[in-house]
Design a protein around this ligand. Structure first.
Ligand code: NAP
Length: 358
């Protein structure tokens, strides 16, 4: 029986306890959680040159570049500090690491690197924004902020199926974070949902603990890269089942996942799969709630950018507000492309401030 109270923790707690567990396990080589460098709760009257929303790959690269330009960026770390890399495992496709690097270690390095040049960090949630104001006004859980420029790098959060039974069992066998919660499923049968790289990665990771991992995908074609799909297919503990959707997560009354009621989308036939856990790997939803009506978003809520990192409102560029990383990228969504767009946003901030005499 896994300690359910730890599974029920919020994503933020989950991430930090995952880091604790990584440290306990001695595998978090070199990863260190840097403390906030700003006192939270203290309202700031000063006008910052730049504020960066988000501390994933895009935000931290923007922080590095703006810090090196002497702009003393303030990075607001929201509910998922470090972004998606901080809850992933081995990153094998970030150039410069021939053996790969653990996601948390990579993000920890980026954070330290930007801090070395004067980047500051604050844990705060964005509650409201006046993106068209000069200076831009931000209302956060830690007080009000004013800034001449804003870099939105708030990323995207895990998507859920939206079934009532799934929502009822989050933290009791339903999870969107294999690296946080996989540990609790030693010698259990698990299902992973999705057909992309995240699902493959989760299934492969979970196979370390689980007796068996059944990967369920709603179609019979996969979005996952060939290499990841082949690894999952070749794994003796992983079974792939296609054209299958989850109708219900069983175990709501017992307050722990007992199984899944599945439906074959071709035949309509239903059956039950006995599992103790269900992990979602079905993509992400952009974190843009505060920007609705402030800047242009697409149908799924991603920020629409023009010329790479410029934001718009009703099609016209919103000066001083730039967006980078997954919050504006539904096509590439890689750590390296997020970092690249973070660099672009930072260079545009520098240019904007120079042109406006700051
Ligand atoms: P993704 O590529 O968008 O795949 C999401 C999967 O979830 C799709 O197969 C989709 O099915 C399925 N899905 C979406 N909504 C669903 C729903 N309501 N019910 C059932 N299934 C649903 O997302 P991702 O896997 O998170 O990957 C995102 C990006 O990150 C990709 O570019 C990927 O390459 C990258 N990534 C890379 C690595 C790596 O290289 N190690 C690891 C993770 C992610 P359909 O196919 O039917 O739409």
């Amino acid at each position: 029986m896994w300690p359910a109270k730890r599974m029920g923790e919020s994503k933020e707690e989950c991430v930090s306890s995952y880091k604790e567990r990584k440290r306990e396990a001695g595998s978090g080589r070199g990863f260190e959680v840097l403390p906030s460098t700003i006192d939270s709760g203290k309202p700031m009257a000063e006008i910052r040159d730049t504020v960066i929303l988000g501390s994933g790959c895009a935000g931290l690269t923007a922080a590095l570049y703006t810090a090196r330009a002497g702009l003393k960026p303030l990075v607001l770390e929201g509910h998922e500090p470090g972004g998606q890399l901080s809850i992933t495992t081995l990153v094998e496709n970030f150039p410069g690491w021939p053996e790969g690097i653990q996601g948390p270690e990579l993000i920890g390095n980026m954070k330290k690197q930007a801090a070395r040049f004067g980047a500051e960090y604050q844990h705060a949630h964005l509650e409201g924004v006046e993106a068209g104001a000069h200076p831009i006004k931000l209302r956060t859980s830690a007080g009000e902020l004013q800034t001449r420029t804003l870099i939105v790098a708030s990323g995207a959060s895990a998507r859920w199926l939206g079934l009532p039974s799934e929502q009822a069992l989050i933290g009791h066998g339903v999870s969107s974070c294999a690296t946080c919660d996989g540990f609790f499923f030693r010698d259990k049968d698990i299902a992973v949902i999705g057909g992309g790289d995240s699902a493959m990665e989760e299934a492969i990771f979970l196979s370390r603990f689980a007796t068996k991992v059944t990967l369920l995908h709603r179609r019979n074609a996969f979005r996952a890269s060939k290499i990841m799909l082949e690894r999952a297919m070749a794994h003796p503990k992983i079974e792939l089942r296609t054209n299958t959707v989850v109708e219900e997560v069983l175990g709501v009354d017992e307050k722990e996942v007992k199984g899944l009621r599945l439906r074959d989308v071709k035949s309509g036939e239903q059956d039950e799969l006995k599992v103790s856990g269900m992990f979602l790997g079905i993509g992400h939803v952009p974190n843009t709630k505060a920007f609705v009506g402030q800047i242009d978003l697409d149908d799924e809520g991603y920020i629409k950018t023009t010329n790479n990192v410029f934001t718009t409102r009703n099609g016209a560029v919103v000066p001083a507000v730039f967006a980078c990383g997954d919050v504006q990228d539904r096509r590439y969504r890689q750590a390296i492309t997020a970092a690249g767009s973070g660099c672009m946003a930072a260079l545009e901030v520098e240019k904007y401030l120079e042109e406006h005499g700051h």
